[in-house]
Design a protein around this ligand. Structure first.
Ligand code: SAM
Ligand code: DTB
Ligand code: SF4
Length: 315
């Protein structure tokens, strides 16, 4: 779809857009499960990059302290907890520009251990060097998360230490290695609607669509350049989910970071508009997330059920 066509979807009357998106959603996902992914920061803070939204950049004075790469056993203990609580995917995040080959071996060990627990595996480690995607795939990695974050035009205003095309290079390497892609962006960074259109357009140019499309709402972090960014309008956020659902009918669209700043009604609207995955567990990487019991209760109140692993594994 051309950029103008995507802009036209955004411009539909709100309820017409929602109606269309929900129709696509129902056709692709009859039964309407919600996939549950649990995040763990396996290496926190002290990152060399300057991403203007991030708590983990060493360049900003934020509440986050830098840590070392976790031990595999400690990671597996968290993964067991996540599985017992009902998550079907476990995503390991590291605050790196990209992993060294030595660090990658440690992460590969974690991936193999998590996979052996019967969970889907996801990792987000930054830019990947030659052979690294293949190494992760060989260890049992299912998904690689690497977000484009925003439009190509706005990106340089948010991140200075790497280019949009660097991100696209890693996405291509992950795809070539046979990994599924988890790729989306952040809303509420002061972007225009045109930037949101641009983000979704770039995602649609990825060849095969990403199997997971996380739509994050900025969690403002004190000390970062974006701490005071104006929040994105609630209904504009819902529109973005709806357009993503129409553009990527078979993908899981994840209502990602930022749910603590949304009430139940807004989350319900996002789930109606086509979101069918959430981060599940009390923490994201460095910030909070709704408590698991509260999320399970919300799904129950909406007559939605957590998506079972077998179905999730087929994506
Ligand atoms: N260092 C790796 C990288 O940048 O690809 C992996 C971890 S990084 C924290 C993963 C993603 O989390 C970012 O690309 C961004 O989309 C999202 N993210 C980071 N901080 C956020 C925040 N404060 N609010 C919302 N999303 C955020
Ligand atoms: C994604 O799109 N969102 C997640 C995950 N992929 C790695 C990260 C959200 C981070 C929110 C801020 C924090 O906890 O530091
Ligand atoms: Fe580092 Fe990733 Fe945060 Fe950027 S988003 S500062 S690369 S951890």
């Amino acid at each position: 779809m051309e950029r103008g066509d995507i802009a036209a979807l955004f411009g539909l009357p709100f309820f017409e857009l929602l109606h269309r998106a929900h129709g696509v959603h129902e056709a692709s996902f009859p039964g309407g499960g919600v996939q549950l992914s649990t995040l763990l920061s396996v290496k926190t803070g002290g990152c060399s990059e300057d991403c203007g939204y991030c708590a983990q950049s060493a360049r900003y004075s934020t509440p986050v302290e830098a840590g070392r790469l976790m031990d595999t056993e400690a990671v597996l203990a968290e993964a067991r907890r996540a599985a017992a609580a009902g998550a079907t995917r476990f995503c390991m995040g590291a605050a790196w520009r990209g992993p060294s080959d030595r660090d990658l071996e440690r992460v590969a060990e974690m991936v193999a251990g998590v996979k052996a627990l019967g969970l889907e595996t996801c990792a987000t480690l930054g830019l990947l060097g030659p052979g690294q995607a293949e190494r992760l795939k060989g260890a049992g990695l299912d998904y690689y998360n690497h977000n484009l974050d925003t439009s190509r035009e706005l990106y340089p205003e948010v991140v200075g230490t790497r280019a949009y095309d660097d991100r696209l290079g890693t996405l291509e390497a992950a795809r070539d290695a046979g990994l599924k892609l988890c790729c989306g962006g952040i809303l509420g960074m002061g972007e225009s609607r045109d930037d949101r259109v641009g983000l979704l357009h770039e995602l649609s140019l990825l060849g095969a669509p990403p199997e997971s499309v996380p739509i994050n709402r900025l969690v403002p972090i004190p000390g970062t350049p974006l701490e005071g960014a104006a929040p994105v309008d609630d209904f504009e956020f819902v529109r973005t989910i709806a357009v993503a659902r129409i553009l990527f009918p078979k993908s899981h669209v994840r209502l990602s970071a930022g749910r603590e700043s949304m009430d139940d009604a807004l989350q319900a609207l996002c789930l109606y508009a086509g979101a069918n995955s959430i981060f599940y567990g009390d923490r994201l990487l460095t910030t909070g997330n709704p408590r698991s019991e509260k999320d399970l209760a919300l799904l129950r109140r909406l007559d939605l059920r957590p998506e079972p692993l077998t179905e999730a594994a087929r994506t």
